[in-house]
Design a binder for this molecule. Structure first.
Ligand code: FEO
Ligand code: CA
Ligand code: CA
Length: 620
């Protein structure tokens, strides 16, 4: 019999002592980790700022004693031959050389590589999608009417950006415009497929008989920086770029493989972005396999502007939200990643080979061989990692799988057969280096019914989302079992949340740890859920404030907040302000952020650098 929500929460909260008591290992783990320079104490840091109240005003807000400046915005000239930003003269040529749109993931790698990066580095920023009504005058709110020219600019505004930044004489981070280190990757860039699924017949198209060379990446949500300094970038809502029309709205006119994909990924008759109107590869009826070449994790070396990015198929195919990469005590590498769709799952990959920090080359193809697992969260607070291995358990020919490649390409189906727990839209999953501790955000799930709740997804519907925390057995990220708990339930108590007063957040999305092991959470959806702007929250995992959000940033109208990312010394906190003004238009924007209200420019998605006025670490 299904337990009531109150019973489930009571059971969870009664076990909270376990993970809280184990939180001292956060500090111990950090002392062993790459951030061993951290000032570690096991009482937990005290709050380094006075939390903000919720806000719905026109200005970006930060706590007293903090300031921000814009480092990188849509249209900034990146490549050597890039023209300056001019929203009235956009072209494929200019956008392919300038910063892309809607910044989501923000990573920082130091220059030179291996140095502290206190004043020089590379920003790795994804451009997840676009907001056409804010990019052009007179563009309707639907992308389906985009002209061929605007469609191709749109495709060029997606993808990845590598941008060299330096502190100037005033100490402010500045983009090094037109640096030879800068790079753009878009929906047009050649990308290799490697790993067990590369070359599989399902990955072959009329343009690529090899099944090993893809044109482009898009829907690039969050990602992660590897311990060897490469960037692992997720491909999330790939399905929204494809059109099922002609293959049958429900896939009835397609073969069973494509029909299953249309139904499981919920591919619409028309895409949200309209690219299929101008490019046949996005029409399933014309090119049924192109869709299987997206939904992977892409590895790119930001230090090598000429490298060909690689989609690593060993890590599975689904709506990858992000990636968090840690090294286990025995040197194997573990990559956590969530599948952001209602009722989908949390995964981790464990490499077969080991990473040797003294030899960067040891990581070269480390992510091509290993085992992918999916999580089952049990009612008693324990959990198990279930292997997606062809020939094991139900992953056999009579259940529809004929090879490991097929298991990886249809990872969602394999996960369901294995009995993985369907979650409330997994967003960021962040592992704390040097520990077995992991936190995951589940942004919301309005489709979960009250009858379908479980211990790890205790609300139905779930309009505010929640966070889970787990510790891998033996503090080893390669372990196949773990102990988990609810860290925080989004929303106010009146909605069954754990928040009260101003200490409340909703729709958690991107996560970061500071050098103390304190969690920082960016949100996506608070305007609808709470009537306030999205923001960034500090959430201690230790001490009396454990699980209580403190509002650090309140954004601007229409925006969600992404990133977030600390520099190695925690003195700078990079945050992406994604789609400022969304819901309004180029001619009448609800904000012109980061420009002044009197400015004539449209709002621009951007990355800002936040620092304390006195230059001390943001994290306290
Ligand atoms: Fe792109 Fe799940 O957010
Ligand atoms: Ca996200
Ligand atoms: Ca988001």
């Amino acid at each position: 019999m299904a337990r009531t929500f109150q019973e489930i929460v009571a059971a969870r909260l009664s076990r909270r002592g376990f993970l809280a008591a184990g939180a001292a290992s956060v500090a111990l783990g950090l002392a062993r980790s790459a951030r061993a320079d951290a000032t570690v104490d096991d009482t937990g840091p005290t709050g380094p700022f006075r939390p903000l109240p919720g806000d719905a005003g026109p200005e970006l807000r930060l706590p007293e004693g903090h300031r921000h400046h814009t480092v990188l915005a849509w249209g900034d000239p990146l490549l050597a031959d890039a023209p300056p930003f001019d929203p009235l003269a956009q072209s494929v040529a200019s956008q392919s050389r300038q910063m892309g749109y809607n910044a989501d993931f923000v990573g920082f790698v130091p220059l030179p590589r291996g140095e502290a990066g206190l004043a020089h580095g590379l920003l790795c920023v994804s451009s997840e999608y676009t907001s056409p009504p804010l990019m052009w005058p007179d563009e309707p709110r639907t992308a389906r009417t985009l002209s061929r020219e605007r469609c191709d600019v749109d495709m060029a505004a997606h993808g990845l950006n590598v941008a060299e930044i330096r502190r100037d004489v005033a100490g402010r981070w500045q983009l090094v415009q037109r640096s030879l280190r800068n790079r753009r990757v878009s929906a047009f860039t050649p990308i290799r497929l490697t790993g067990p699924a590369a070359g599989h017949p399902w990955l072959r198209t009329s343009a690529d008989a090899s099944g090993r060379l893809v044109q482009g990446t898009f829907a690039n949500c969050s990602g992660g920086i590897t311990p060897w300094g490469t960037w692992l970038q997720a491909e999330e809502n790939y399905e929204s770029y494809f059109a099922a029309d002609g293959a049958g709205a429900d896939g009835a006119g397609a073969d069973s493989l494509v029909r299953d994909e249309i139904q499981r990924a919920r591919v619409g008759a028309h895409s949200e972005h309209g690219w299929e109107r101008h490019h046949a590869r996005f029409r399933l009826a014309d090119e049924p396999h192109e869709i299987f070449r997206h939904g992977w994790l892409v590895e790119i070396d930001p230090y090598d502007p000429t490298c060909v990015p690689v989609k690593r198929t060993a890590l599975g195919r689904f709506s990858h939200e992000a990636a968090s990469i840690v090294v286990a005590p025995d040197g194997r590498v573990v990559v956590y990643s969530g599948d952001d769709a209602e009722g989908e799952h949390v995964y981790k990959f464990v490499s077969e080979g080991r990473y040797d920090p003294a030899h960067r080359a040891s990581a070269r193809d480390l992510l091509d061989r290993g085992t992918l697992y999916v999580a089952r969260f049990d009612e008693d607070g324990r959990g198990a990692w279930l292997p997606l291995v062809f020939g094991e358990g139900p992953l056999v020919p009579r259940r529809g799988f004929r090879s490991q490649a097929e298991v990886l390409i249809r990872a969602r189906h394999a996960a369901t057969l294995l009995g993985a727990t369907p979650m409330d839209r997994p967003e960021d999953v962040e592992a704390l280096p040097g520990t077995g501790r992991v936190v995951a955000a589940f942004t919301k799930n309005t489709k979960r019914t009250s009858k379908a709740v479980d211990a790890a997804n205790p609300r139905g519907p779930n309009p505010h989302g929640h966070l889970l925390e787990w510790v891998e057995d033996g503090d080893d990220p390669t372990s196949l079992a773990f102990t988990w708990d609810v860290l925080l339930l989004g929303g106010p108590a009146a909605d069954g949340g754990s928040g009260d007063g101003d200490s409340v957040l909703s729709c958690p999305d991107n996560l970061a740890f500071d050098r103390h092991g304190t969690l920082w959470i960016a949100t996506d959806g608070q305007a609808k859920a709470l009537g306030i702007h999205d923001g960034v929250y500090r959430v201690p995992l230790t001490g009396a404030g454990r699980g209580r959000p403190e509002r650090f940033l309140s954004a601007v109208p229409g925006a969600e907040v992404c990133g977030p990312c600390f520099t190695p010394d925690d003195r700078t906190f990079f945050v992406a302000i994604q789609h400022p003004g969304e819901g309004s238009t180029f001619d009448e924007p609800s904000t012109r952020f980061p420009h002044d209200a009197a400015d004539r420019l449209p709002p621009r998605p951007c990355v800002i650098a936040i620092e304390r006025d006195d230059g001390t670490p943001i994290s306290g």
